[in-house]
Design a protein around this ligand. Structure first.
Ligand code: NDP
Length: 246
């Protein structure tokens, strides 16, 4: 079914527990508010607490289910933090219905030969390794859902390389590989479906950093992507191992 004709029920996500990384800004912020408006309890994960608090306040002011704030820097993850996180979610919610890996950084745009190795590592850690570690620790909670959705965010440069996009490009290739590996691994052993979203050029801070000379008004807004993001976590959606483009 084309996403343009998808009409989500206003109660679509009632009683769903959904964790969104990078929920304080850009696309993630819009997704968090949209999922809450369709009834989900959203777990707002990100590194800048003040941004998460703002999203929390906006959700509460609209009388949607009370979200949770989970401060976490994906660039600086420790196993003990991940264990605590999964213990806390288990204690408070008992399961996880969806996990949207959305957080990301653009890093340096420069020839590989001149790239800064520490910056390269940082981008790989946030965009790839952090998402892998988080997935590993939360898989048991997703297994407890009757219809779980695991979504990874890629980019056009995760499928076709673009010169000078360095670690960002490689991290998106890597996350696509991981997503497809998991989709295959979980296909016959669980009800978890694993898909990839490529939002495409969208009016956010990341896009403005990547293309400083571009007029942001020529780009689609995060709001315009929300039907797609709802479809990705729709419990009736059974698609697995697919890529969805915004
Ligand atoms: P933004 O820069 O607007 O938002 C990124 C989010 O990720 C922010 O909430 C940010 O938190 C969070 N984040 C960054 N670093 C960390 C970290 N170390 N730990 C935890 N959270 C972190 O980006 P977009 O909304 O544009 O991008 C969202 C996703 O979509 C990304 O994965 C991006 O690669 C992808 N994408 C975006 C496109 C676009 O045109 N916008 C195109 C293709 C893909 P904070 O604000 O606190 O730093």
């Amino acid at each position: 079914m084309p996403i343009s004709s998808y009409k989500p029920n206003p109660c679509l996500l009632e009683k769903q527990i959904i964790l969104i990384t990078g929920a304080g800004d850009g696309i993630g912020r819009n997704v968090a508010k949209t999922y809450a408006s369709f009834g989900a309890t959203v777990l707002l994960m990100g590194r800048t607490v003040s941004k998460l608090e703002k999203v929390y306040d906006e959700i509460i002011s609209e009388n949607h289910p009370e979200p949770a704030i989970i401060p976490l820097d994906l660039g600086n993850l420790e196993m003990v933090t991940l264990t605590e996180l999964s213990d806390n979610i288990t204690a408070n919610y008992g399961r996880l219905d969806s996990l949207l890996h959305n957080a990301g950084v653009i890093g340096q745009k420069t020839p590989v030969e001149y790239s800064d190795t520490e910056e390269w590592e940082r981008v790989m850690q946030i965009n790839f390794s952090g998402a892998v570690l988080l997935t590993r620790s939360l898989l048991p909670l997703l297994q407890r859902s009757s219809s779980a959705s695991l979504v990874f965010t890629s980019s056009a440069v995760g499928r076709t390389p673009r010169a000078y996009w360095g670690a960002y490009c490689v991290s998106k290739y890597a996350i696509e590989g991981f997503a497809l590996l998991l989709a295959d691994e979980l296909e016959n052993t669980s009800t978890i479906r694993v898909n990839i979203v490529n939002p495409g050029a969208t009016r956010t801070k990341m896009r403005a950093t990547a293309y400083p000379n571009e007029d942001p008004l020529t780009l689609k807004t995060p709001e315009e992507l929300m039907n797609l993001y709802l479809y990705l976590v729709d419990p009736n959606n059974k698609e697995n191992g697919q890529t969805f483009n915004g």
